[in-house]
Design a protein around this ligand. Structure first.
Ligand code: SF4
Length: 88
């Protein structure tokens, strides 16, 4: 398989996974971008979980201790508070 063909297949696989995760979890009424919501997916038993697309701030988001029922909005608020951007 040529390098160009491999890259094309790899790219379409990435797009397919990104699209699947996005349609699976993204809620435009909830806080955060679709990538942040996918990053904070808690379905560790899902076969796509290890290869799900991550947001640029994934290392920060995934570092926040999180309960099973904590919403994306609560995680983002906690991250902002840790960054001392919290107003409360
Ligand atoms: S990893 Fe999460 S967002 Fe992606 S398909 Fe699985 S359950 Fe859905």
């Amino acid at each position: 398989m040529s390098a160009l063909r491999y890259e094309s297949r790899s790219s379409s696989l990435r797009k397919a996974i990104n699209g699947y995760c996005r349609q699976c979890i993204y809620d435009s009424a909830d806080a955060g971008t679709w990538r942040q919501q996918v990053t904070l997916c808690t379905s560790t038993e899902c076969s796509l979980y290890p290869v799900r697309p991550l947001s640029q701030d994934a290392d920060i988001l995934l570092d926040v201790p999180r309960g099973p029922h904590q919403t994306v909005k609560q995680v983002l608020r906690e991250v902002r508070c840790e960054s001392r951007v919290c107003v409360s």
